[in-house]
Ligand binder design. Sequence first.
Ligand SMILES: C[S@@+](CC[C@H](N)C(=O)[O-])C[C@H]1O[C@@H](n2cnc3c(N)ncnc32)[C@H](O)[C@@H]1O
Length: 261
Amino acid sequence: MFYRLARQNSHRHRIFDVFGDFCEMLAIEFSQAVDLTQREQRGARYAALLQKYDRSERERFAQMTACLVNALESGMSDCLGTLFMGMDLGNAGTGQFFTPYEVSRLTAQMTLLGADELIARKGFITLSEPACGAGGMVIAAADTLRSMGVNYQECMHVTAVDIDRTACHMTYIQMSLLHIPGIVIHGNALAPQSPWEQWVTPAHVLGRWDERLACARAVEAMRALLVDDPAHHPGADDAPPPAKTGPDCPNRRAATQMALF
Ligand SMILES: C[S@@+](CC[C@H](N)C(=O)[O-])C[C@H]1O[C@@H](n2cnc3c(N)ncnc32)[C@H](O)[C@@H]1O
């Protein structure tokens, strides 16, 4: 059905543009609901894209969205990645051959062994995907956590990068529909200091992940301070001064407050 609709929309446009424009417009729709900082610029881009299509073509885009939602509702998978590969839209030059979902799932199961214990201790895990494609590996990680009885919507934060815009849009759409907290960065993973654009998912914003991540970083920094403090590495013969090891130790007090916050 999705293929048929996309092909019908490609009578006046290249199929590559139809798929890319569909993904970009849908990504913008999600982003507009949560990211006020990009609202004006993305709104203008959306209007420009929409103008390219007539009424019946726009209606087909809405039906393509429904197909995608229905597919993801019936089970987690790399739905857009499979469609993208099925339509032969991959750029061989940048190695756009997406991993079959079953293989991503197996990889995630091996990588996330013991993740439930880590989450029980730390509250959440972070996951980095530096060449995300359509987000298949990210979805497989969420799927794996879910099958371990862990709520990935609360306990996993993803940073996904791709050099290709449509890949970023696909990942962002699927992460948004599956309510995966994270940031999708359009950029070169080999030059991470200069990203071109970034997309925060609705789950990232609604879950206040900027604060959660900042807090976790502060706790880590405090822990590092405590470990560096020689008072907390007493040798056999040199007992630390009492005031520094008790609850009044400034480092320990601050770290406790951060952890409680
Ligand atoms: C082989 S695909 C893998 C996609 C996904 N990880 C999967 O397993 O399905 C590689 C992806 O890396 C992206 N890519 C290639 N060079 C990159 C770079 N320097 N920085 C970020 N992404 C890159 C491509 O656009 C492509 O989407």
